[in-house]
Design a protein around this ligand. Sequence first.
Ligand code: KG4
Ligand code: ZN
Length: 336
Amino acid sequence: MLILGIESSCDETAASVVENCRKIRSSVISTQIEEHKKYGGVVPEIASRRHCENILAVVRQTLDDAQITLADLDAIAVTYAPGLIGALLVGVNFAKGLAMTSEKPLVPVHHIAGHIATNYLTYPELEPPYLCLVASGGHSHIIEVLSYTKFRVVGRTRDDAAGECFDKCARAMGFSYPGGVHIDRSAQNGDSSDFKLPHPNVAGNEFDFSFSGLKTNVINLIHNSQQKGIQLNYNNLSASIQKTIAEILTEKTVKAAESLGYRKIAVAGGVSANTGVRSTLSEACKKRGFDFYMPEKSLCGDNGAMIACQGSYNFLAGITADESLNAIATLSMEDI
Ligand code: KG4
Ligand code: ZN
């Protein structure tokens, strides 16, 4: 079975061909980061325009690299939610047109389900059920993966996502967008015990996250020191931010696993590339005898393979769409 996956929910135009659910035949990612860097974040209008310009070449290259033609595909999968609406629309309409002209089934994929699926591409033996932490620029969720296509969200962020917190703290330190990876690098040379940063107390659902307090604390720390003409040690601050975010994510995920009885834990999303998050979560799982899964670093950020992989499972489960498929900016995983 050969599935083409198309992703355009944010600032990467990406496509991939995946064979028999788990084998990446080809994967092409055209990133717009350099362009958005100038503005300190993603400019939705620019993102949509670049997707329009790039998508045809990206899909052509993907098919060429896989050494197949459209006729060889079993289905065309596309991210339809959640994300920037204008950006999503480009992928959805392109996929609809392609599916219609090639008379192939169209398969809608939820972006977060796609991130979770990167673990199937990394671990051939992994099967649901398990618990997955998804931490990206737009989302921080603890999700029960009940089957390949059924999910239950047990925790979510009340405000900022973990990636957003990384990026905003990084911006205050003068790092370029997206800042998470710069904090990761800078933290390698830092002392994480230098700054005591707050762990949030979230009332209500004990598995929910909140990162806005940590973000505000860091930004105030930087601004106050700038006003006093004091230069903080940014390596130490980066290490302290990374340690705090990794601890918060790990604490809640492990608590949820223990309370719900899961012994298989996975992580996914852009923030799962973070060195501190990977090691803290992996250590905590090891200590408790849990099996721990994390995607290959190259699959943590947005890519087409995650959509082709999840698209394969959706297709097998009979989840297809017709030409009325629309892009949706906000959609819970439980509503798919
Ligand atoms: O999953 P993703 O590529 O896009 C969304 O779906 O949002 O995640 C992007 C986020 C950004 O906030 C970026 O700074 C963060 O992932 N990120 C990292 C690292 N690599 C990417 N955060 C911390 N450390 C990293 N190494
Ligand atoms: Zn993403």
